[in-house]
Design a protein around this ligand. Structure first.
Ligand code: SF4
Length: 300
């Protein structure tokens, strides 16, 4: 009989997660856009906005642990890892390419996948530390990012901003911090953190002005899609390079907590982004309707 620790892994394995080591929740999973791009189809909005080649991007996380239980999260909160072992950065770097190869191996015979594109996908250039979980809870995150950089990968780090001390030590190519509410009360209700981390998130936002960075605002209709002026003020104070205003997608386990109606239309997302731009020094940069996302860029 499977141990309680391996049961969540089994459920996730069936969903395509590739784990870096026994007893660890460090994992990678190619995203939808990676697979589409491999077949010669559409690419992720990060290609459109920042030039990231979707089929050469590894989506991974060094841990699935998280200190929040956001209503809009696509992960299951039942998949906990009591007594988790943390992989070392060396283990993760060593297993990255073999695991990505294993994850993509089923695509090789497809008539839509050219040998050139498949070969490129097996030599990824980017690592998006963004799969699920909060990466700053992994104790060797700065070392991992440096090790990946040393191997020639550009790294995107996506954080919920609850650990500014860790974030301040990390040097990814681009840092994302999520800003999910215009005020503390909305944050506590929507993200259901283990403790009140609102002030720590503000500290993380303060780190963004000195590095290539983005504030990610996930709009959930009826929950946090009000008071654009407060968002604009926090974004303005952060000095981040970019702001992504993105609509919540009714996907994964979030469907157990929210309704399809909580997904804002692209028009709603765009109007909200325009309002932030109107009262800040951020200007429209690009948009992607399929992903319901608008990118703003700091002026000057
Ligand atoms: S912070 Fe991220 S991983 Fe954690 S619950 Fe929220 S959306 Fe999910």
């Amino acid at each position: 009989m499977a141990s309680t620790r391996s049961q969540p892994c089994e459920a996730l394995r069936r969903q395509g997660y590739q784990f870096f080591g026994e007893g660890s929740s460090a994992a990678l999973k190619p995203c939808l856009w990676c697979k589409k791009a491999l077949r010669g189809g559409e690419k992720c909005y990060k290609h459109q906005f920042y030039g990231i080649e979707s089929h050469r991007c590894v989506q991974m996380t060094p841990t699935l642990r998280c200190n929040q239980r956001c209503l809009f999260c696509w992960r299951s909160f039942e998949h906990a890892y009591p007594g988790e072992r943390d992989c070392t950065p060396a283990e993760i770097c060593e297993r990255l390419l073999p695991l990505q190869k294993r994850a993509l191996s089923g695509y090789k015979p497809s008539p839509y996948v050219t040998p050139e594109r498949f070969a490129e996908a097996l030599q990824p250039r980017h690592v998006a530390i963004s799969l699920s979980g909060e990466p700053t809870l992994y104790p060797f995150l700065p070392e991992l990012i440096d090790a990946l950089g040393g191997k020639g990968f550009s790294t995107f780090l996506v954080s919920n901003g609850t650990n500014p001390d860790v974030l301040s030590q990390c040097r990814p190519f681009q840092t994302y911090v999520s800003l999910t509410a215009p005020d503390r009360e909305t944050y506590l209700a929507l993200c259901r953190p283990e403790e009140d981390y609102w002030d720590r998130i503000q500290e993380s936002l303060d780190l963004l002005g000195k590095r290539r960075s983005a504030v990610r605002i996930t709009l959930v209709e009826g929950y946090n899609d009000s008071d654009p002026a407060s968002y604009a003020r926090m974004v303005q104070d952060s000095g981040a390079s970019f702001v992504e205003v993105k609509g919540y997608m009714f996907l994964g386990y979030s469907r157990k907590r929210l309704q399809r109606e909580n997904m804002p239309s692209f028009a709603h997302v765009k109007k909200f982004a325009e309002e932030i731009a109107r009262i800040s020094s951020y200007r429209f940069r690009d948009e992607n309707q399929a992903s319901r996302v608008v990118c703003l860029e700091r002026e000057g």
